[in-house]
Design a protein around this ligand. Structure first.
Ligand SMILES: O=C(O)CCC(=O)C(=O)O
Ligand SMILES: [Fe+2]
Length: 219
């Protein structure tokens, strides 16, 4: 007999990912060949999403009292992710993505009409309502670290639907692997010391996914 641990649901999702910006990071080998207009539509989406991201980064920078380019100088790469959550007769046992915070800077999620994204706030999981054409902005680990904790990364997870296929197309805005990310020096002082140790983005990823401790200076 197969025993299922009801506390820990099993996650199920098919994922495809490829870089979309800058052009030097793009390798069309990883892009789907079907549908035929995938590349053209994706390139137009990239142009639009880049404009939106740059606006958001300007607002994030100014919200910290910094010049408008500050965040953009750190987050220069864009990756497209396609999440495919097949229908599942047992959404009580199976979920989509396990609870996580995004490792990158921030993520712009475009979901299809099937709801399923949940965020953790005030000790509760909250269902996000589907709003047609709305893009969901999720703050990830690197914006938390850059802002010295002023912008919070968001714990989130996804559920699956009994009958309908859920899909989402998040774009991950992120530093290059070699970029060292730590709090902006302008945001720290003797009264407000750095909460995070600067670390290359690739090393941060390695530590996070191998579950090694990441040094938080306040712990
Ligand atoms: O499917 C979603 O709505 C969110 C996906 C997500 O959190 C992720 O890909 O990191
Ligand atoms: Fe996520």
């Amino acid at each position: 007999m197969h025993e299922v641990d009801l506390e820990n649901k099993i996650g199920t999702v098919d994922q495809l990912s490829h870089n979309i910006w800058p052009p030097s990071s793009v390798n069309y080998k990883y892009w789907p060949k079907n549908p035929l207009d995938y590349r053209e539509v994706n390139e137009e989406y990239t142009r639009q999403i880049k404009m939106l991201s740059e606006k958001i980064m300007e607002w994030l920078s100014k919200g910290l009292g910094l010049q408008g380019e500050a965040v953009k100088e750190v987050m220069s790469e864009y990756m497209m992710l396609v999440n495919y959550y097949p229908p599942c007769p047992h959404p009580d046992l199976i979920q989509g993505l396990d609870p996580h915070t995004d490792v990158n800077g921030f993520t712009l999620v475009l979901p299809n009409e099937v709801p399923g994204l949940q965020v953790f706030k005030d000790d509760h999981w909250i269902d996000l309502k589907h709003i047609p054409s709305a893009i969901i902005v999720i703050i990830g680990d690197q914006i938390l670290r850059l802002s010295n904790g002023r912008y919070k990364n968001v714990l989130h997870k996804t559920t699956v639907d009994k009958e309908r296929t859920r899909m989402s197309w998040p774009v991950l805005v992120r530093p290059t692997y070699d970029t060292v990310v730590g709090p902006f020096p302008e945001l720290t002082s003797q009264d407000d010391p750095p909460k995070f140790k600067p670390i290359a983005y690739k090393d941060y990823i390695y530590h996070k996914f191998s579950k090694l401790p990441i040094v938080h200076l306040d712990s």
